[in-house]
Design a protein around this ligand. Sequence first.
Ligand code: SAM
Ligand code: SF4
Ligand code: F3S
Length: 536
Amino acid sequence: MSRALPMLDALPVAAHPRLAALPTDERVAEFLTDDQVLPRFHVWTLGCQMNQSDSEEMAGALLAAGCTEAPVIDQADLIVINSCAIREAAEHKIIGRMGALGRMKAANPALRVVLTGCSVRADGLVDLHRRYPEVDLFLRPDQEPELTQRLGLASATAAASSADGLPAQDTLQRVGIGVAATADRLPGTRAAAVESGRVARASRSHAWLPIIYGCDKTCTYCIVPFSRGPERSRPFDDVIAEAHALAASGALDVTLLGQNVNSYGHDLPAEPRFGDVHAKRHLGRDLSLDGRPDMAALLHAIDAIRDGNDRPAIPRLRFVTSHPWDLSDRLIDAMASCDSVCEHLHLPVQAGDDTVLRRMGRQYTIEAYLDLVARLRAAVPDIALTTDVIVGFCGETEAQFQATLELLRTVRYDGVFAAAFSPRPGTPASRLPDDVPADVKRRRLNELLALQEGIGLERNQAWVGRRVEVLVDQVRRPRSHDHEAGEGSSTRVAGRSRVNKLVHLDGGPELVGRFVEVDIDHAGPYALSGRLAGVH
Ligand code: SAM
Ligand code: SF4
Ligand code: F3S
């Protein structure tokens, strides 16, 4: 038997009060009585690691409520779309699926569609109805913990929803830059989800660990501060408790997550136990971190979680993303001195010209950025550096673009994520003329990618002949010539080295989740390959 989920509101928050706590809501009370009708759900995740992590939490809440997961979207009667709004193309991926979703709903009247993630903003709900007509319920990122409650599935998770001790009506507050209405309950709900094992992690060996939500920076092109609100750090002890839980569950490669992990702690209260933290920003707005936990304190504390042999219980620790503003000497020292912290840093630069950087609101100069790179390379030999670049930002001249290419030649990144500027409605840059023509943006992007392909290849060739430790995380399809070889053809697996290089090797599924030693014998621009030399 299948019965429809309750049809819920999707009205602007200001015009429609938050739903009362269950079970007093009549619209869903009858739905709760029969647990045979729980929907099969599918979470479709777009965007960055933050969204992947949030999706794990939502999937965990749905599983805890008794729902089952549909392996493919067509088999679901509850579709949760976790959206990304970073560029127009990301939003069009979802808008382009509205027709198909409409047909699925016609065939399955029980089907409900939830849209959450960065496309859902407090100030845009009327427009959302027009753009996403098949969506039944919109949830801002900060409302995601309410998912099961809003769907009438909250009985199993109601305790978690109030675990931060705040009554529901008190949690909505207007903060930050005015357009982001942020119910600041994420740290509390995350802690409760971790404590009760309600995070449906996609992997046993790799894990996301969110440490700070939102973004306080001033990048004029970026939608994230509007979608995710201002920076809110999770309490230090909650993060450490989650790290302990991950270590106990066998996680081997943990990534601390946030839009700006480096500013972790600036909004937490000072405490005597962090009396040795004396940190100040080098770049951007003045910010004193004295006496507050910072990223360095966090890395040291997680590194100090040890196994029986006094080795880090989490052997690989990473963090993403770092804004150059907050990359303190303390953090560089922690990277150099903590055994578990991997020798890789993603340090977005965005452009290679100071005028463009100023217009972008990045608040550092190329000279200051290069100084950081030099300090990192001096402290952490072999460190791999990756970055983000936007080409064709408002007013970018050919000479300014060439300065970005020059920067790539100077720094010699291991990888570059580049995209053409996409104006985002409501951001400061959307009021500047988007005056670099589309074909010029495309040409600049291709030129940059071609340059980086050569640099990436050279950086990777330096690994040929070396033995590296790889944590295998995937089975690859056999290479095409292996098909012809028929029986006995080798299966391939792949994984990441400490510096985050993708490494391919011969091997079977039994290697997934294991550390192996690999002798590198081949390098391409985006990956390495080699021979298995040992299994830990
Ligand atoms: N917080 C990170 C930082 O600034 O260091 C970046 C996070 S953002 C989710 C990922 C990347 O998207 C940015 O570094 C930027 O290169 C790109 N991006 C953001 N807004 C964009 C836009 N309007 N058009 C093109 N790319 C954009
Ligand atoms: Fe966006 Fe800038 Fe914040 Fe990164 S630091 S999320 S680019 S506003
Ligand atoms: Fe996209 Fe939001 Fe991440 S806009 S890149 S999903 S923070």
